[in-house]
Design a protein around this ligand. Structure first.
Ligand SMILES: Cc1cc2nc3c(=O)[nH]c(=O)nc-3n(C[C@H](O)[C@H](O)[C@H](O)COP(=O)(O)OP(=O)(O)OC[C@H]3O[C@@H](n4cnc5c(N)ncnc54)[C@H](O)[C@@H]3O)c2cc1C
Length: 547
């Protein structure tokens, strides 16, 4: 029997991106229905770093500390090692501080260069199970596990999706104002709206083996680690600092490693046999570098891996998707609540697609670094316990250190600016300097402003509202400019939180007396006085008028 269910926003796919989007919508008071074809969350570890920007975004949802409780304990480092084998030589180490060490550094630094909060290790297997329960418990989110999206039609007023209950085979129709395809790389939503992907596969295949072992004497021979890259070529990932590990062993694309025995893959990768308690799952996969031509078709939107796919090096997959979910989340809330215009949908594509394009390319650069250091390697000399062997390893170490960048590029993770967006009030002149490695503090419109600890002990980011915030640094005096902007927001129905701050240090870093910050913490506009036409500004930032 077919019947129709109504939902303001229908999300297809309860992977990390669909789950974050549902929570983002709920934060804005918008109901959503979340359709997931599988009854259970993933058993694959996949994503293991939630980067600092995603942690900032999750903090807005009140979830950063809760993620730390289910993730890897925060005293453990993210150190990445390079070695010839578990019993072999350590070539070098990237010292990536634990979240605890990062938090100390963040607390002691107030120049706006650092994130508000540190990154966090958490396997996707844990992340999804945790987030799904939060969504199930949220009265604004209707989670339907075991429901598969099959097809859609759309008209001027909404989208009708056909879904099948995989348990009883019944077909249902769901009518929504907007539908978001968070259904991963093979996205049926993307195919149903005819959007193509451009790009290519990485020239290698990986056989991954996810397993349990308590053989820490062998596994920690080089000390505690997050990842070890071996000369084999292979990588081991510590998933929980207890007993859960994943091996990725790489092969040429023409070789199919699916017939290899899992324990032999582990031994081959590590260069020695260890005590394996249990093989959890194993599979063959090929990394992809792909970007969708468009993100939006009418009322149907793509977010996460349905719109972009990258090599996991650098951790840009789920993290880029979290940015997508945050952006489209507030925009859909604005549309559903009637204070936003359809210009927001084009803006979403114009904002997020260039970010994904850069992150996909950056993931390839990081992955190639591993190809390049192994290509410089002399297979015999690298293992030799001789002065010549040591000299060769030192040479490789110098190259690996010179080329580092994975998981420590704050310019990429925090510093992206929405330069092509029509709902940002752009300024004339040259944009401030930008670099991969470091976040350059600026409130240049389109970017994330600097995180600052205020003199009263609070963090400026924690003082921002759920909707737009007008931050007013005009020395505590009633600001005529602020009043003009507040009146304009009120006249246009744009929900605005007014934050008056008397904090000269923060004012210096935020560069203007008045800064209009969006719900996703990006700067929409700034100035020392109200713009000539405050109403026009409000129309622009809510997508009613394209600049
Ligand atoms: C080895 C590895 C390591 C990685 N490490 C990192 C990392 O450290 N950091 C990082 O950010 N990213 C990492 N990634 C990438 C990350 O896993 C993906 O980017 C992320 O899973 C994308 O999330 P998503 O929600 O967009 O899609 P998915 O996780 O693919 O979720 C899509 C969901 O949609 C459901 N679905 C699909 N079709 C339908 C349908 N027709 N109807 C209903 N439901 C449907 C699926 O069952 C699934 O639950 C890694 C990936 C791999 C493979």
């Amino acid at each position: 029997m077919t019947h129709t269910i109504q939902a303001p926003v229908l999300i297809i796919g309860a992977g990390p991106v669909g789950l974050v989007l549902a929570k983002e919508l709920a934060r804005h008071g918008v109901r959503s229905m979340l359709i997931e074809r599988n009854l259970e969350t993933t058993r694959w570890p996949k994503m293991d770093i939630t980067n600092c920007r995603s942690m900032e975004l999750l903090r807005r949802l009140g979830l950063d500390q809760r993620l730390r409780q289910v993730g890897v304990p925060t005293q453990y480092s993210f150190d990445v090692l390079f070695a010839t084998g578990l019993d072999g030589h350590q070539i070098t180490r990237w010292d990536l501080p634990s979240p605890d060490r990062w938090q100390q550094r963040i607390a002691a630094t107030n120049d706006g260069t650092l994130p508000q909060v540190a990154y966090q290790r958490c396997s996707q297997e844990v992340f999804e199970a945790w987030m799904k329960q939060l969504c199930v418990d949220d009265p604004l989110i209707d989670v339907r596990a075991g429901w598969r999206f099959d097809a859609l039609t759309q008209d001027d007023d909404g989208v009708t999706a056909t879904v099948t209950d995989t348990v009883n085979g019944q077909t249902q129709q769901i009518r929504a104002q907007y539908l978001v395809g968070c259904d991963g790389g093979a996205s049926a939503v993307r195919k149903s709206i005819g959007i193509a992907l451009q790009g290519h596969a990485a020239p290698r295949r990986a056989r991954q083996v996810h397993f349990k072992s308590r053989d820490l004497t062998a596994l920690h021979r080089h000390g505690q680690f997050w990842h070890i890259f071996f000369t084999t070529p292979a990588t081991i990932i510590a998933q929980d600092e207890v007993d859960t590990w994943t091996i990725q062993r790489y092969f040429p694309p023409e070789f199919d490693p699916s017939g290899l025995d899992s324990e032999e893959v582990i031994t081959g990768a590590l260069g020695k046999k260890i005590a394996v308690d249990k093989i959890l799952v194993s599979s063959v996969w090929q990394p992809q570098l792909l970007l969708a031509d468009r993100y939006v078709a009418g009322r149907v939107i793509l977010a996460g891996d349905s719109a972009h796919q990258n090599i996991p090096t650098g951790g840009y997959g789920m993290n880029t998707g979290t940015g997508d979910a945050t952006d489209i989340g507030w925009m859909l809330a604005a549309l559903v609540q009637g204070w936003g215009g359809t210009g927001l949908l084009q803006a979403y594509e114009d904002e997020r697609r260039p970010v994904a394009e850069r992150n996909v390319a950056r993931s390839e650069r990081h992955a190639n670094m591993h190809v390049r250091w192994r290509a410089r390697m002399n297979e015999t000399l690298v293992h030799a316990a001789t002065p010549e062997g040591a000299a060769h390893r030192a040479e490789l170490a110098a190259f690996i250190q010179q080329e580092r960048g994975e998981n420590e590029e704050h310019g990429i993770e925090l510093g992206y600016r929405y330069a092509q967006s029509a709902v940002i009030h752009h300024e004339g002149g040259a944009a401030p300097h930008w670099e991969h490695r470091n976040y350059v503090p600026t409130t240049w419109p389109g970017g994330r402003p600097p995180s600052v600890h205020l003199a009263d002990g609070s963090d400026l980011f924690d003082r921002l509202g759920a909707q737009f915030t007008l931050v007013d640094f005009s020395a505590g005096a009633a600001s005529a400019g602020a009043n003009a902007l507040r009146n304009a927001a009120k006249a246009r129905g744009l929900p605005l939180h007014y934050l008056q701050l008397n904090d000269p240090h923060a004012r210096g870093l935020w560069e203007r007396d008045l800064v209009l910050v969006r719900p996703d913490q990006h700067v929409a506009w700034r100035g020392n006085a109200a713009p000539a036409d405050a109403l026009a500004l409000m129309d622009q930032v809510r997508g009613m008028r394209m600049a």
